[in-house]
Design a protein around this ligand. Structure first.
Ligand code: AMP
Length: 449
């Protein structure tokens, strides 16, 4: 399948080719013809699948006909976070470079006045977080009666973040005759209820989520060390595995700061991304990371939400995530759009239960990686084991660093041989906790001819 088979304009084809894309991703191949045909779409797809381009590309072509009136945007994209909103706007800029569409971004942390001026001149595309949009609406700065296309992106995140009442209110302010594109990584019953309410006769497209493609393209490693050796183990893996750039996840905000300071003290180019940083500083840190000024970005799950970095070679879990789906989200930051990626997880023996849940979700054991100079441990499962692991005194690193890392653990080695170099083979679609909804087990629909 080529981009040219999808019905997109020559300008869009040039922009995708400038972006270096050779072929559409499955969500793009399946959604774009329907969107251009005016259908509502319910897309079950995660970040990393190319879902943003699946709606921005056709929207640019559709909006290129016609002009926006003052304070009456023609399309609205609702996203749960500012970062995601910013990324969507970057997508419009990248793919819309041969068009003259106008755009406004209504998110916290950027000047209301600038955005109001833009709205006053008329915008084709309005990208907003729900709260900020309602603020503007409440002040009378905006009319939503000209919205022809509505996109709700990452609906399940909106649900997690408590934004659904705002979204419902916003949708009630829109014209009934409109095209609605609704994306969610998972479709729990509450999301299904919303999609039933917002969409008219939608085409439902499920692409094997990123969980799956990440598991295929990301070579994963697990190192088990005593808690007190984690920072040392991290430094040694970074050196031994020649990790240049990486995103490092911690479970707690507090640890983000501690780890960032420790890495800096040891001479690494590191920065921290906090959920409570103001927008300007977050953006500045992200830009420095994207431009390669910082090698290691330490973040919490919330801070890294929606973060999209092309070509990120590695992700570290400094802590094992307690929700197995978060593991999949985290490692999905690398190995995007078919590229190779590496993921390293540092576990302590008492993380046994969490690691078991992740491996169950993956359908495979994660390849064990020993770090020279640090005494390896094994995982222990269950509350009794956790107590005994906690009571064991932490050990210090035993040798001078001569960094090298090797795979251990018989079952992981066996899996590795089976999987050609550690890549996890295609198995059942996973990524939604222990329960896999039935619709995900059905094959994705083929695009209509
Ligand atoms: P998304 O799922 O929208 O977060 O996109 C994930 C990444 O895939 C982004 O960095 C896009 O630049 C990239 N991407 C989107 N479409 C394609 C494509 N057809 N080929 C290669 N990369 C793509």
């Amino acid at each position: 399948m080529n981009f040219s088979d999808l019905g997109l304009s020559q300008e869009i084809l040039s922009a995708t080719s400038d972006a270096g894309y050779t072929e559409p991703t499955p969500i793009q191949a399946q959604a774009i013809p329907h969107i251009l045909g005016g259908r509502d779409v319910l897309g079950c797809a995660q970040t990393g699948t190319g879902k943003t381009a699946s709606f921005t590309l056709p929207m640019i072509d559709m909006l290129s006909r016609g002009r926006a009136r003052a304070r009456m945007p023609r399309s609205l994209i609702l996203t749960p976070t500012r970062e995601l909103a910013t990324q969507v706007s970057e997508n419009f800029e990248t793919y819309g470079k041969y068009h003259k569409l106008t755009m406004a971004l209504l998110i916290g942390g950027i000047s209301l006045d600038d955005q109001t001026r833009k709205l006053d001149r008329g915008v084709d595309v309005l990208i907003a977080t729900p709260g900020r949009l309602l603020d503007h609406f409440g002040r009378g700065g905006i009319l939503l009666t000209d919205i022809r296309i509505l996109v709700i992106d990452e609906a399940d995140r909106m649900l997690d973040m408590g934004f659904i009442p705002d979204v419902e209110r916003i949708v009630s302010l829109l014209p009934r005759t409109r095209q609605t594109l609704f994306f969610s990584a998972t479709i729990p019953p509450e999301i299904r209820r919303l999609s039933d309410a917002f969409l008219t006769d939608p085409v439902e497209i499920t692409v094997a989520p990123n969980t799956h493609s990440a598991a295929e393209t990301v070579v994963q490693h697990l190192t088990i060390v005593p808690r007190s050796d984690k920072r040392e183990a991290l430094r040694r893996i970074i050196r031994a595995e020649n990790v240049g750039t990486a995103l490092i996840f911690c479970n707690r905000k507090r640890d983000v700061d501690i780890l960032f300071k420790s890495l800096t003290r040891h001479g690494f180019g590191a920065a921290a991304l906090h959920g409570d940083m103001d927008q300007a500083r977050r953006q500045q840190t992200l830009d420095r990371f994207k431009e390669g000024e910082i090698d290691l970005l330490v973040a919490s799950d919330v801070a890294a939400r929606g973060l999209d970095i092309d070509d990120l070679p590695a992700v570290f879990n400094f802590d094992v995530p307690t929700h197995s789906e978060d593991y999949i989200h985290r490692i999905g930051r690398t190995g995007r759009a078919g590229r190779d990626g590496r993921a390293y997880t540092l576990a302590t023996p008492e993380d046994g239960t969490y690691v078991a849940a992740i491996e169950k979700l993956l359908g495979n054991p994660i390849r064990r990686l020993d770090v020279d100079g640090i005494a390896g441990e094994s995982l222990e499962n269950g509350p009794r084991a956790r107590r005994s692991a906690r009571s064991r005194p932490a050990r210090e690193p035993t040798q001078a660093p001569r960094a090298s890392a090797k795979t251990t653990n018989r079952s992981a080695r066996k899996a590795e041989r089976r999987n050609e170099g550690g890549k996890v083979p295609a198995g059942p679609v996973v990524g939604l906790g222990d329960h896999v909804p039935e619709f995900l087990l059905k094959p994705a629909r083929r695009p209509s001819p």
